[in-house]
Design a protein around this ligand. Structure first.
Ligand SMILES: [Zn+2]
Length: 285
């Protein structure tokens, strides 16, 4: 830990000297483990301008395997003049980042009346839009979009980066709004998603997905199973082949699975450990 404090101090000093971009670049050779544990890796950024730039850059990644921003490119595109926290790794900020968004943003236009329903009581400033990369079922890198609560934004960025670097396959990470915010349609398409505002049935309590505090991973292979009046209720409905958790099949989340290990290490609880029902796709904080 001392080492990181040292690195932090070093970065702070270099930033003061105006050598921020260079310093960050020099740290790109650190091992994944070191980077992940570094408390300097604050990646939630507040500027939409950055998103636009990063979006353009990340397009190139699709064809060139892994993200690799030129080491000497200064990371100083903070057009708003707001104070910005620096990460220890330029590559991370270009591909795994979060932004706050406002009611007049393009992001909000995509979710308004869908996952952000008209009766939504979660303030917009509590939500973050995350951009991540993930390895698809085709073994190739893909861009993913997540909207989550700001309280778990850092966790998700770190977890998804680790999953990506480990080659963990997640088929789709799209906003549930692309399915008109219909959970069943999103799950049936094996889409991994997080925020979708709703109250728990017959209550005024907001569900954990409604708060953006829960995420579902590869839901088709990891169904939600509950016995209702003696009948097995399975969501999504097309996940029947994956109800038997003793069977061997790919993308199965159990306690030896890397997603399980990373989410629980970050303090999330797993729906697969519930007693009254089983929600193998689900992690929440
Ligand atoms: Zn869930």
């Amino acid at each position: 830990m001392k080492k990181y404090v040292g690195i932090l101090l070093c970065i702070s000093m270099l930033v003061t000297l105006g050598a921020c971009g260079k310093a960050a670049a020099q740290h790109t050779d650190e091992s994944a483990d070191e980077r992940v544990s570094s408390q300097a890796a604050i990646k939630v950024d507040n500027t939409e301008a950055k998103h636009q730039k990063a979006k353009k850059q990340s397009k190139n990644i699709e064809s060139t395997e892994k993200a690799d921003v030129p080491a000497d490119e200064p990371n100083n595109d903070n057009t708003t003049g707001e104070s910005k926290m620096t990460t220890t790794n330029v590559k991370d900020t270009e591909n795994f980042y979060g932004i706050e968004f406002t009611a007049d943003s393009d992001i909000f236009a995509r979710i308004k009346g869908k996952s952000y329903k008209d009766d939504c009581t979660v303030p917009l400033e509590d939500l973050r839009y995350l951009h991540v990369l993930h390895v698809g079922f085709d073994g190739q890198p893909h861009e993913g979009e997540i909207i989550c609560n700001k309280a778990i934004a850092e966790d998700l960025l770190e977890i998804f980066e680790q999953l990506y670097e480990a080659g963990y396959q997640i088929e789709k990470i799209k906003l549930v709004d692309e399915y008109n915010a219909e959970d069943e349609a999103s799950m049936a398409d094996n889409n991994s998603s997080c925020f979708n505002f709703r109250f728990i049935s017959h209550t005024t309590k907001i569900s954990n997905h409604g708060k953006g505090m829960a995420i579902d991973i590869n839901p088709l292979y990891n169904p939600y199973i509950k016995t209702v009046n003696g009948n097995l209720n399975i969501e999504p409905a097309n996940s029947t082949p994956y109800v038997d958790r003793t069977a061997d099949f790919p993308h199965k989340i159990n306690e030896t699975d890397l997603a399980y290990q990373l989410f629980t290490a970050h303090g999330f609880s797993w729906g697969g450990a519930w007693n009254s029902s089983k929600d193998y796709q689900h992690f929440e904080k």
